[in-house]
Design a protein around this ligand. Structure first.
Ligand SMILES: Cc1cc2nc3c(=O)[nH]c(=O)nc-3n(C[C@H](O)[C@H](O)[C@H](O)COP(=O)(O)OP(=O)(O)OC[C@H]3O[C@@H](n4cnc5c(N)ncnc54)[C@H](O)[C@@H]3O)c2cc1C
Ligand code: FES
Length: 366
């Protein structure tokens, strides 16, 4: 009996506390209408209380964000000229000492609680929201789908950039979720974007794309974003990718081919076994049209039935071998795409071969 009474009392106190917290939260978070001034010119009247990232999105100003506001990509940086409180622990890993000094903040981590003045690059005003229609879905490997999203208006982007795909709430998710995906089509294709989407087990967006998305569906896309594009130099190019990291490199290669760029380029593509390899024919065709381009796929764990005659080993070892054979007295740039672990390991190999970090460009798909 005493146990039941105690449980009832504790339950009652918890319920009252929860109600008080909810009311306090509602009162504290009622910031009313506030104004955000951008680049000392345009002022936007907005409702306070949400993150700066989502408040700006509500005004159709789209700040780069690969993680959809989870605080795990560090891309949503904005210079905030108003005091909005100290830097949060969640922001610290992504801000350099200079950025901290310049009041750069992660816009997904700070809330709009009062009038603010911010600075953003002018090119962000070109980022648009598109409603696309899925016009084809194809399996290119056991876990990567190639999806073409048709867009009625024209879309302009640079080869190597990405869009954010916004999927509706489904299953246990309560709201729209967005993630970054690099275009695998080239910029001359203006009536839509081709994306390569690798299934991440239990991943919100990739599960939606792999299990629920159908031809004919309409879906929101934001973009273009990103500074992963080919620099205009004469240096030799080392491309390295794995899995869906193929996407931006394919876009860059097709763009180079169309523009007649003749720079020497090596593309090292890492996969575990033959079942993870794709676009071999497409790469062969590019090689036939660009004599200075060489595609080097490598398998880290070839199966007996693969009957693999090509390079074997971790992609880092294969790149290391090639560069050692060719020597380091060559001006080179590195363009890397794939998992953060793979990219970090590749940066070590490239710097060992005298490609300095400022000549290594990458998008980490993590
Ligand atoms: C600039 C940029 C471009 C990108 N381009 C592409 C692209 O072209 N194609 C593509 O397939 N992906 C790309 N990504 C990755 C993509 O944005 C998503 O992170 C990924 O698809 C997972 O999303 P999700 O919602 O399914 O998983 P989430 O719901 O975000 O994650 C579920 C779980 O899986 C883990 N996880 C998240 N991502 C990965 C991953 N890549 N591998 C293993 N585990 C993971 C998370 O830590 C979490 O525990 C890109 C990322 C960036 C930053
Ligand atoms: S949106 Fe990814 S850290 Fe802010």
């Amino acid at each position: 009996m005493q146990i039941i009474v105690t449980a009832l009392v504790v339950g009652g106190i918890s319920a009252v506390l929860a109600a008080v917290l909810t009311i306090a939260d509602a009162l504290v978070n009622n910031y009313g209408e506030v104004s955000i001034t951008i680049n000392d010119s345009k002022s936007h009247k907005v409702k306070g209380g949400s993150t700066l990232l989502s408040t700006l999105a509500g005004e159709k100003i789209f700040i780069p964000s690969a993680c959809g506001g989870k605080g795990s990509c560090g891309l949503c940086k904005v210079k905030v000229k108003t005091d909005v409180g100290p830097i949060l622990p969640t922001e610290l890993p992504y801000l350099s000492p200079k950025e901290k000094k310049d009041n750069v903040r992660l816009s997904c981590q700070i809330k709009v609680k009062g009038d603010m003045s911010i600075e953003i690059p002018e090119e962000l005003f070109n980022i648009r929201e598109y409603v696309a229609t899925v016009s084809s879905i194809e399996d290119v490997t056991h876990d990567i789908k190639e999806v073409f999203f048709s867009i009625q208006d024209e879309i302009s982007f640079r080869a190597g950039q990405y869009v954010q795909l916004v999927v509706p709430a489904y299953g246990d998710t309560r709201e729209e979720t967005m993630r970054a995906y690099s275009m695998s089509s080239q910029p001359s294709v203006k009536n839509g974007v081709e994306l390569l989407i690798r299934l991440v087990p239990n991943g919100i967006v990739t599960t939606y794309v792999h299990k629920l998305l159908n031809v004919g569906d309409r879906i929101k896309i934001l973009g273009p974003f990103g500074d992963f594009f080919l620099r205009d130099t004469d240096s030799d190019i080392i491309f390295i990718a794995g899995g869906s990291g193929m996407a931006p490199i394919k876009s860059i290669l097709l763009d180079m081919m169309e523009k007649g760029v003749e720079r020497k380029a090596y593309y090292f593509f890492g996969a575990r076994s033959k079942s993870d390899l794709f676009y071999l024919e497409e790469m062969k065709e590019i090689e036939s049209k660009m004599p200075n381009f060489h595609f080097i796929p490598a398998l880290s764990d070839p199966q007996q039935e693969d009957n693999w005659q090509g390079e074997i080993g971790l992609i880092t070892d294969v790149v290391d071998r090639y560069l050692s054979e060719q020597g380091d007295d060559v001006a080179r740039e590195g363009y890397l795409c794939g998992s953060p672990g793979m990219i970090n390991a590749c940066i070590d190999v490239l710097t060992k071969h005298k490609i300095t970090e400022e000549k290594i460009y990458y998008d980490k798909f993590g």
